[in-house]
Ligand binder design. Structure first.
Ligand SMILES: [Zn+2]
Length: 169
């Protein structure tokens, strides 16, 4: 089922998500729906708050549905190590059409639970590292506009307000 993605400034996007404690069929269904929703929107990652669910879960698939091995479900994830810095363009499904450069660690190691509640660690660099950080930020209620310089953020917010006035946001 394709879920509705909420856009900024929906309050759920700015709230820290609740930790997940029950690893049941309902959670598996939510993960499957989140993948379907990500693909339907040509995304590479989606966090539960973006579909209005304030919980600590995100799905990532850099292959956009082409390679089943690339499908990642991260539950209660956290970054445990990071190194380097990269300044690259980033987008977000809750900010359609907005793309801006954001500083992120170049390489990170994360720790997360899978759909059965089993903890695992994983390393990522380049785009995967960026995606881990962007999605985990969502679970803390931190949006990528708050990783931009104040000047850039003001320009983006001004653009959003203009789109809102025109009924296009
Ligand atoms: Zn996002």
């Amino acid at each position: 089922m394709i879920l509705n993605i909420v856009k900024y400034p929906e309050p759920v996007l700015s709230q820290p998500g609740e930790p997940i404690t029950e690893f049941n069929a309902e959670l598996k269904k939510l993960a499957a729906d989140m993948f379907e929703t990500t693909y339907a929107n040509q995304g590479i990652g989606l966090a539960a708050p973006q579909v209005g669910i304030s919980k600590r879960m995100t799905v990532i698939d850099l292959s956009m549905g082409k390679n089943p091995k690339d499908k990642l479900v991260l539950i209660n994830p956290e970054v445990i190590e990071h190194e380097g810095r990269l300044y690259e363009e980033e987008g977000c499904l809750s900010f359609p059409e907005i793309k801006e450069k954001v500083v992120r660690a170049a390489k990170v190691k994360i720790r997360a639970q899978d759909l059965d509640g089993k903890w695992f660690e994983m390393e990522g660099d380049q785009l995967l590292a960026r995606c881990f950080q962007h999605e985990i930020d969502h679970l803390d209620g931190t949006l990528f506009i708050f990783r931009m310089s104040g000047l850039k953020r003001d320009l983006v917010l001004r653009r959003i307000r203009k789109l809102q006035r025109e009924g296009k946001w």
